[in-house]
Design a binder for this molecule. Structure first.
Ligand SMILES: Cc1ncc(COP(=O)(O)O)c(C=O)c1O
Length: 395
């Protein structure tokens, strides 16, 4: 028996739901790539991306997924043999660091345990021990999409300042931009990246880099520069070279529309919506967790992300069955857990084009699944989620 027929719902943490308005904006004929409105679209997107990153630095648009932005960040600022310090708190900073293997970077990792944010005190200690300042750049994610952790970027910056360490601070905001506060300039972040397919409500395929003054200075002597990713090339006046080739124009039509939607709602309101929806999910998980079969992967409540909740199946239940129930019988595709957590839980995304009915629907389906599969769980998860939302939306 199934009640899945109707509109499927994608609750994986990227790609996320693409609004009809964005899809419609992309559904149009190609236009000239050398002059006219596309040039203005590029200029306005680059300018509006600065508003999202909250920087006066330079922004770049790549026809690439997030791995492309990772490569752009390293190749534009570093040279063969430079040391980078990866701050592990899940999967993605580690993978970013791996992008440095083939170009010949020297990678060291401050290991984490996937259930906590990066330990700022241990980080500061590592920096203090680097007396010769061999570390050129520090790589950290703001939200790790695998573990569901949020790292405290101002706290990490403070650790660098306290240690008097000059390394560049590079932050991956792929799962966090436009879902929680990020203040690139105010927080002293030298370089930040994001992708199109999560909080920005676009299909996958574009990624973005914001470079501050210190990153641009490092660029001047970077030995890993290659023509495709090169900022100098893209800083020039020629529109075609801002993409090192044919602009991905339909993606740009979509991006323009998605940025309009974010700015019309207001960045602060978008972030507040994400906070409320994250709180709604957490209320449900807290309720379910009373039964003992599931719990939050991230132990400290303050370290749980606004954009994705990673739920651990602590009772050893078969998560594939729950995922299959939600998808096949109810039409909701939840995220699998990945990397070290593979098979040990599930992820609920709450980022991008998501509102209360979408999310309450997902939570209702998960609770139905817990019941159908007889997983020991507290019975009041969805009720707690509804209560949370009602309380927080009351005037
Ligand atoms: C935090 C984070 N960084 C980087 C990436 C890699 O992005 P992509 O898969 O677009 O290359 C992802 C993908 O999910 C991510 O969540």
């Amino acid at each position: 028996m199934t009640v899945a027929n109707g509109r499927d719902f994608l609750a994986i943490p990227g790609p996320t739901v693409v609004p009809e308005r964005v899809l419609s904006a992309m559904h149009r004929p190609a236009i000239d790539i050398y002059s006219g409105s596309l040039v203005a679209t590029t200029d306005s997107c680059l300018a509006d991306l600065k508003k999202l990153f909250r920087t006066a630095g330079d922004t770049y648009i790549y026809a690439a997924n997030g791995h492309g932005a990772w490569e752009a960040s390293l190749s534009n600022t570093l040279s063969r043999g430079d040391r980078i310090l990866v701050l592990e708190s899940g999967r993605f900073a580690h993978n970013w660091g791996e992008m440095g293997v083939l170009p010949g970077l020297d990678i060291t990792t401050l290991e984490g345990d996937w259930r906590h944010a990066v330990d700022a005190e241990r980080f500061e200690q590592v920096l203090r021990e680097d007396r010769e300042h061999k570390i050129s750049a520090v790589l950290v994610v703001q939200i790790d999409t695998a573990s569901g952790v949020v790292n405290d970027i101002p706290r990490l910056r403070a650790a660098m300042d306290a240690a008097g360490h000059p390394a560049l601070l590079m932050v991956d905001c792929i799962a966090s931009l436009a879902t929680m506060p990020f203040e690139m300039d105010e927080w002293g972040v030298d370089l930040a990246i994001t992708g199109s397919q999560k909080g920005l409500m676009m299909p996958p395929g574009l990624s973005f880099v914001a470079a501050g003054v210190r990153a641009k200075k490092a660029h001047a002597s970077a030995g890993l520069r290659t023509r495709y990713w090169d900022w100098t090339m893209r800083d020039g006046p020629e529109h075609y070279m801002k993409y090192c080739g044919t602009p991905p124009e339909h993606m740009l039509f979509g991006l323009r529309c998605a940025l309009d939607m974010i700015l019309e709602e207001g960045l602060d309101a978008v972030i507040r919506r994400h906070e409320l929806l994250a709180g709604t999910v957490r209320s449900a998980v807290t309720g379910w967790a009373e039964g003992g079969a599931i719990d939050f992967n991230i132990i400290e409540p303050a370290e749980r992300a606004n954009s994705v909740t990673t739920v651990a199946a602590t009772g050893g239940q078969d998560c594939a069955r729950l995922l299959a129930f939600c998808e096949n019988q109810c039409g909701v595709k939840l995220g699998i857990t990945i990397g070290d957590l593979y098979g040990k839980g599930f992820r609920i995304a709450h980022m991008g084009h998501v509102n209360a009915p979408m999310l309450l629907g997902v939570l209702g389906v998960v609770e139905a699944g817990l019941q159908a599969l007889d997983w020991p769980h507290g019975p009041g998860g969805v009720q707690a989620a509804v209560n949370y939302l009602g309380e927080h939306l009351a005037d």
